[in-house]
Design a protein around this ligand. Sequence first.
Ligand SMILES: Nc1ccn([C@@H]2O[C@H](COP(=O)(O)OP(=O)(O)OP(=O)(O)O)[C@@H](O)[C@H]2O)c(=O)n1
Ligand SMILES: C[C@](O)(CO)[C@H](O)COP(=O)(O)O
Length: 238
Amino acid sequence: MQAGAIGQAGVIVVAAGRGTRMGTRESKQYLMLEEKPIIIHTLETFDRHPWIAEMVLVTGEQDVERCQSWVAEYGITKKIKVVPGGAERQQSVYHGLLHISTPWVLVHDGVRPFVTSSQITSCCEAAVHHGAAVLAVPVKDTVKKADEQGWVAGTLNRSELWAIQTPQAFRRDDLLSAHERAAQDGFIGTDDSMLIERLGIPVKLVEGGYNNIKITTPEDLDFAEWIRKKKHLLGEGL
Ligand SMILES: Nc1ccn([C@@H]2O[C@H](COP(=O)(O)OP(=O)(O)OP(=O)(O)O)[C@@H](O)[C@H]2O)c(=O)n1
Ligand SMILES: C[C@](O)(CO)[C@H](O)COP(=O)(O)O
């Protein structure tokens, strides 16, 4: 394996959520953005990346078939499996992980379609160098803690705060152990790094981008349209 490069990695793209905060009838990962479902934009970026050897798309059980059709229709070229997920994001990642055979694995939210090829590269390089890596951006707002009555309970030191994104890259065996340990302990985390951190494995932060948004609420769709238009103006693909 070339120094600094991850060699051949697998990616788990999780897309089995219901999108309750978006509130649309169609799950947000299947909404159209520039005439393609959001999830296809996400898959295409990983499909084009030279270090990604295999992909696992985790969807709701009821969506496996239509996603398999889309993968063919939109010409995804890499080895890809579409598998059903679980009730929590964490379970969906675990279901996907059971189908990964590469020594390194990336986990990515299906609803982050603006991840770039160079962000994937940076995340992979940092993982190989440091053992585990996550994309993140410095927090721009002042962040306060609140008490239960809605009063300010303190102000956090912003210079220490990062908003965590995906992809997140780990050794496959570490991630498997981390998920098994979390399941034994009944621990549910909001990202995979939390599970890795519980094993005492250091995780390196890699600067991501403020455009690598997770499409979560309706206003994110407007922002996604704006990012798409801006990328066109700049002559960049999605
Ligand atoms: N059981 C779940 C829950 C979430 N996800 C995926 O994890 C990513 C990040 O989750 P989030 O934005 O919270 O998506 P939803 O769970 O769909 O949204 P909500 O919490 O508003 O219902 C999404 O790509 C989502 O499809 C998943 O694969 N399986
Ligand atoms: C993994 C993640 O995208 C990091 O920001 C995020 O935590 C997952 O989203 P959720 O809304 O907490 O499920």
